[in-house]
Design a protein around this ligand. Structure first.
Ligand code: FES
Length: 111
């Protein structure tokens, strides 16, 4: 069974319109993007290697990893250009007037 927790990442004004913003929170290293006034949050670590997506090149909804130029759609994490094969994990952004806030699924199992 899964539950979820609300996590406040940063101010909306911290996030540049043309690039990513890296946020470290506990075990999470996240990349926050702003496109057309909407905010999107993905794991910062590229699924292909050591690239940091927050350091990549943002073109509308596509983030290009600066390591080997693989690309992901920030809306859903889908791969849009190789060499990446595995989608990036995305997080649901919940409405807040000033901050970027996400909902993080958490396992409530005690295994
Ligand atoms: S590490 Fe991101 S494309 Fe290779």
């Amino acid at each position: 069974m899964t539950d979820s927790v609300i996590m406040n990442l940063c101010k909306k004004s911290d996030v540049p319109k043309d690039g990513g913003f890296k946020v470290e929170k506990g075990e999470f290293s996240l990349a926050v993007f702003q496109v057309n006034g909407e905010f999107f949050v993905l794991d910062d670590l590229c699924t292909h290697g050591p690239g940091s997506l927050s350091q990549g090149y943002l073109d509308e909804y596509i983030i290009e990893c600066d390591f080997h130029a693989g690309c992901f759609d920030v809306r859903n994490g889908e791969v849009t250009a190789p060499p990446c094969m595995v989608p990036a994990r995305t997080f649901k952004v919940v409405f807040d007037p000033e901050d970027v806030v996400i909902k993080v699924p958490q396992s409530s199992s005690t295994e």
